[in-house]
Design a protein around this ligand. Structure first.
Ligand code: NCD
Length: 362
């Protein structure tokens, strides 16, 4: 059984297979309807969502499966203090595949450990959002024909934006060149930069203003300020006005650059750009359905060619706890610390749940 908690759970070949299946599901839906007949998808959404939850539900129902779940955790047993491990043990009996969105980093991984059916990460805190990254890669491939060598500018709140983290890791893995553009205090976190460097040998350009680099970019990927994740000391009002992509900014961009955004947008991407041929964000959100159809079918083992053995990760148990307060291990106390080594010489150790870098012990 395979889960999809991070993009590292799939090999490059498997990702390409999923894209091929998504192409077919998008263009020949009649051939594929009936593929998930009798299958139940459970959506456990502890955080707000429009696109991710509805596109998963749409995906399974278009394949003639059905969806159950909750979008309001106050109405579920978590409000009575149930652990996520217990919740998933129950839900695995009620469904064939589970999607979870939760505000703690590493929560989806915990659920995968306790589930007897495949678990998909629909966003875990400010950590990762791998199904968004699959959709983003697919959209870039459709519009630009490839990833290798193209310049992808990821702009906005890169510190707390999980879509930005998963996208940066995905682009670096497939040979795209990263440019990170963030206002002061919202730069890409060290754990992402360290993975990008050690796993893919890349040190992204870091810039404070989009206008400094816009003419070089093939993809301009905008992220909203993650208001709900900001610590109280940050001036939200000032931060929310610190960046805006509009027609004036885009006048400096290449004529064949594309504008992407995981959505929802708030006030960082002007409506006037919707009519610009370079805007790809609604297409990007539409692509979420065939991508999730292909992923669900693959994880359910319905498309036998895809998904054999998971790529190997170097995980060790050790007694160094994680000091990230948003890590699931800080909240669910039955969990033992686990460490992932991301370099061969074993010098770079990170929390296997939330990815935070652990100090090296002698
Ligand atoms: C993103 C998320 O939830 O992280 N939304 C989405 O799933 N498309 C981006 C965001 O909320 O800013």
């Amino acid at each position: 059984m395979r889960h999809f908690i991070t993009l590292d759970d799939l090999s490059n070949f498997e990702i390409e297979q999923i894209f091929r299946l998504a192409d077919q599901m998008r263009t020949q839906i009649a051939t594929w309807s009936g593929f998930c007949k009798g299958k139940l998808l459970a959506t456990l959404f502890y955080e707000p969502s429009t696109r991710t939850r509805l596109s998963f539900e749409s995906a399974v129902e278009r394949l003639d499966g059905r969806a159950i779940g909750f979008a309001d955790p106050h109405a579920a047993s978590v409000a009575k203090g149930e652990t996520i491990a217990d919740t998933v043990r129950m839900v695995a009996n009620y469904s064939d595949i589970i999607v979870v969105r939760h505000n703690w980093a590493g929560s989806a991984r915990v659920m995968a450990c306790y589930s007897t059916v495949p678990v998909i990460n629909g966003g875990d805190g400010s950590h990762r959002h791998p199904t968004q990254a699959l959709t983003d890669l697919y959209t870039i491939l459709q519009r630009k024909g490839g990833i290798e060598g193209i310049k992808v500018g990821i702009c906005g709140d890169l510190r707390y934006g999980r879509s930005a983290h998963s996208l940066a890791l995905a682009v670096a893995r497939f040979g795209g060149r990263l440019v990170h553009i963030a206002p002061h205090g919202f730069q890409m976190p060290e754990w992402v930069l360290s993975r990008v460097k050690h796993l893919y040998g890349q040190e992204p350009l870091e810039r404070g203003h989009l206008s400094d680099v816009i003419g070089e970019l093939d993809v301009i990927y905008v992220n909203r300020l993650q208001q709900e994740r900001l610590p109280p000391e940050i001036d939200r009002e000032a931060a929310s006005k610190s960046y805006l992509v509009n027609s004036a900014v885009m006048s400096g961009a290449k004529s064949d650059a594309i504008i992407m955004h995981p959505l929802p947008r708030v006030n960082e991407l002007a409506y006037e750009l919707d009519a610009d041929g370079r805007a790809a964000y609604f297409e990007q959100s539409a692509n979420g359905v065939p991508i999730r159809m292909a992923l669900i079918a693959s994880l359910l083992g319905l498309e036998q060619l895809i998904l054999t053995q998971p790529p190997e990760r170097k995980i060790a148990s050790d007694n160094r706890s994680c000091d990230n307060l948003n890590c699931v291990t800080a909240h669910e106390h039955y969990l033992e610390p686990e460490t992932e080594m991301i370099t061969d010489d074993l010098t770079t150790a990170v929390c296997a749940y939330c990815g935070a870098i652990k100090p090296v012990t002698m």
